[in-house]
Design a protein around this ligand. Structure first.
Ligand code: SAH
Ligand code: SF4
Length: 347
């Protein structure tokens, strides 16, 4: 077991079972959540005997950075991290005026199978544990020598298909004895796993919710995102509204524009309809083509669609500034390229 997988309470129980007094949990938690340490011997407040004992009973391993790419166009950096069983996930650091935003992975692969997504094509491998999600933050901050200010759960995987680990990760990174990050600096993006939108709203963890909408028409949405068959649009919109009420947070709806698929005036009108009583912000993202059948809309289409939205009365819209396009911006792409190059090397 990795010690960074335990919530504070779980660590406390574990330490009690090991026979240590309560104040040791606080020290241990502070050390492992405020420092990027991997070896028990670095915890100098513990006796040698205690360090040896804890080292024997668990691990402090962190993911290993196997690739670190710097964009030539902007300061965006993309990292590949290898987990202890060899699986690789990606994370991105984006630099803004207000700080550093990290994009984290929550699963190796993904079950949801969205047709436009590189991770979706790869299929599902396994869930990441809390320490493997947290490890991405710890390692990037160690590499950069700087703390991040925001986190977005938008790397590979569907965070609400791994809610238990993601929830523990949120509690760990927020804990006042640990990293102490405010929940309002964290955003979870989902393809629409409705029951866990409710679970998240009820959890008392008021992170921001971002919903990958991409299509305002039910049938067409099902063609892009198979999960839409299980959780249909009316249910999804009801769940997002519930989350808004419970947390007071505005929902972001992500809308990946695909030329000829979802950029028509009818789409704009339907969007207006389904967003009618939501507290929302709409984010337009030109698709990153991972498949030649999906074309990225030219800038002129983007502007045209924005005009359609304005005409339909959808006002809270932004076009997402794209960062790091030269180092494969879309979800899963960099990892695909890395794995392909390893395979080339092995031939
Ligand atoms: N599984 C979650 C979070 C990871 S995907 C989700 O789907 O929301 C993060 C975002 O990247 C989602 O909004 C997803 O729809 C989007 N995305 C995936 N592939 C893309 C591509 N090729 N171009 C642009 N956005 C893409
Ligand atoms: Fe999974 Fe999100 Fe990719 Fe869909 S877009 S396959 S939910 S990672």
């Amino acid at each position: 077991m990795n010690y960074r997988d335990y919530s504070y309470e779980e660590l406390e129980n574990q330490m009690r079972d090991f026979g240590y007094p309560k104040f040791r949990t606080k020290q241990f938690f502070q050390w492992i959540h405020q420092n990027p340490i991997e070896k028990m011997e670095e915890i100098t407040v513990f006796s040698k005997k205690m360090r040896e004992d804890l080292e024997q009973k668990g691990s402090l391993a962190l993911p290993v950075c196997v690739d670190d790419m710097q964009s030539q166009l902007d300061p965006t950096r993309k990292f590949l991290f290898q987990m202890s069983d060899g699986h690789i996930v990606e994370s991105v650091a984006m630099f803004y005026q207000h700080g550093i935003s990290l994009c984290l992975s929550t699963q190796v692969g993904c079950k949801m199978g969205c047709v436009f997504c590189a991770t979706g094509k790869e299929g599902f491998v396994r869930n990441l544990s809390p320490s493997e999600i947290l490890g991405q933050v710890v390692m990037i901050e160690k590499i950069l020598g700087e703390k991040s200010t925001n986190l977005v759960m938008m790397g590979s995987g569907e965070p609400l298909d791994n809610w238990s680990a993601v929830k523990t990760f949120f509690e760990l990174i927020h804990h006042p004895e640990g990293r102490g990050m405010g929940y309002r600096h964290i955003t979870l993006s989902t393809a629409g796993v409705v029951p866990n939108i409710y679970a998240m709203a009820e959890s008392g963890i008021p992170v921001n919710l971002s919903v990958s909408l991409h299509q305002p028409f039910q049938e067409k949405r099902e063609e892009l995102m198979p999960i839409a068959k299980r959780y249909q649009l009316p249910e999804l919109m009801k769940a997002t509204k519930h989350h808004q009420k419970k947390t007071g947070r505005r929902t972001t709806f992500e809308y990946t524009l695909i030329e000829g698929v979802n950029d028509r005036i009818e789409d704009a009108k339907q969007l207006k309809d389904i967003l009618r009583d939501q507290n929302y912000h709409l984010n337009l993202i030109p698709i990153n083509p991972v498949d030649p059948s999906f074309k990225r809309p030219k800038a002129v289409f983007l502007r045209k669609f924005q005009k359609h939205l304005q005409d339909a009365g959808v006002m809270n819209v932004t076009i997402r500034r794209e960062l790091g396009t030269d180092i494969s911006a879309a979800c899963g792409q960099l990892k695909q390229r890395f794995v392909a190059s390893q395979e080339d090397d092995n031939e």
